[in-house]
Design a protein around this ligand. Structure first.
Ligand SMILES: *Cc1c(COP(=O)(O)O)cnc(C)c1O
Length: 245
């Protein structure tokens, strides 16, 4: 574990250096980019190493796994304050598992799901079991790949009027996943996400859509150049064999 901790620490230093360089190139402040460690493929001891290395924000793509990590960490004394976000596909029958436990749900991929999450959150708020609305991001399929989930941009434009009325959720911004394997395509996907956000922010000044969740191990620098405020890094954080290109 010592060796693993060393690996994860030195990798973190390279990641942070690259994030800072990309932010500077884009004329942005590095403080405006949150770095999430996506812990979906590792276990609690690796998460503890990541905490030791300095990560505070984690992401999971399965509700059960998110709960398992939280329960495992609850047994560890003197941990700093942490947040766990839900970043993966969310089925309606799993909403109650993540509600109020996930700091933010990044994967609201349809109006239907938004309504279901909001309705359950409102019920919890009425019961006094949740203090306020659930923070969420709207997942957008910017690249149009058939395999990707999320709102089509036009569908989202049409749904906004109805989404802003939902009292159980607080929409904080947008999320996307870029096609893998081509950094230029990834970059134009992130650019498209930012432009869509700017457009929606103009048409809905009542919302604060500050958050842009985009960028993963292979394309996080492109994401920072295009305005990402939250990069979601899995392999580059946790897999010492992953080559940082
Ligand atoms: C797994 C995952 C990531 C991290 O992917 P890496 O390529 O390992 O960095 C980011 N976002 C989502 C939604 C994921 O499922």
């Amino acid at each position: 574990m010592e060796e693993y901790l060393e690996a994860i620490r030195s990798r973190r230093a390279s990641i942070m250096g690259r994030v800072a360089a990309a932010a500077e190139r884009a004329g942005r402040s590095v403080e405006d980019v949150k770095v999430m460690a996506v812990s979906k493929t590792v276990d609690v001891p690796q998460v503890l190493a990541a905490i030791e290395a300095g990560y505070r924000l984690f992401g999971e793509n399965r509700p059960q796994e998110l709960v398992r990590k939280l329960e495992g960490l609850a047994l560890v004394p003197k941990l700093p304050e942490l947040s766990f976000d839900m970043i993966g596909n969310l089925q309606k029958n799993k909403i109650n598992t993540v509600l109020g436990r996930a700091t933010c749900i990044h994967s609201i991929s349809s109006a239907h799901l938004a309504e279901a999450v909001s309705a359950r959150a409102e019920r919890r708020m009425d019961e006094g079991a949740m203090a306020g609305p659930q923070a969420v991001l709207l997942e957008v399929n910017v690249s149009g790949e058939a395999s990707k989930s999320g709102f089509e941009p036009d569908e989202l434009r049409r749904s906004m009027a109805e989404l802003v009325e939902l009292r159980g959720i607080r929409i904080q911004g947008l999320m996307t996943m870029a096609p893998q394997g081509d950094k230029d395509i990834a970059r134009s996907t992130f650019e498209g996400l930012r432009e869509l956000r700017d457009e929606l922010a103009d048409s809905h000044p009542e919302l604060d859509l500050a958050e842009l969740s985009c960028g993963m191990s292979e394309d996080f620098e492109e994401a920072v150049l295009e305005g990402s405020t939250l990069i979601r890094l899995g392999r580059v954080v946790f897999d010492p064999a992953f080559t940082l290109k």
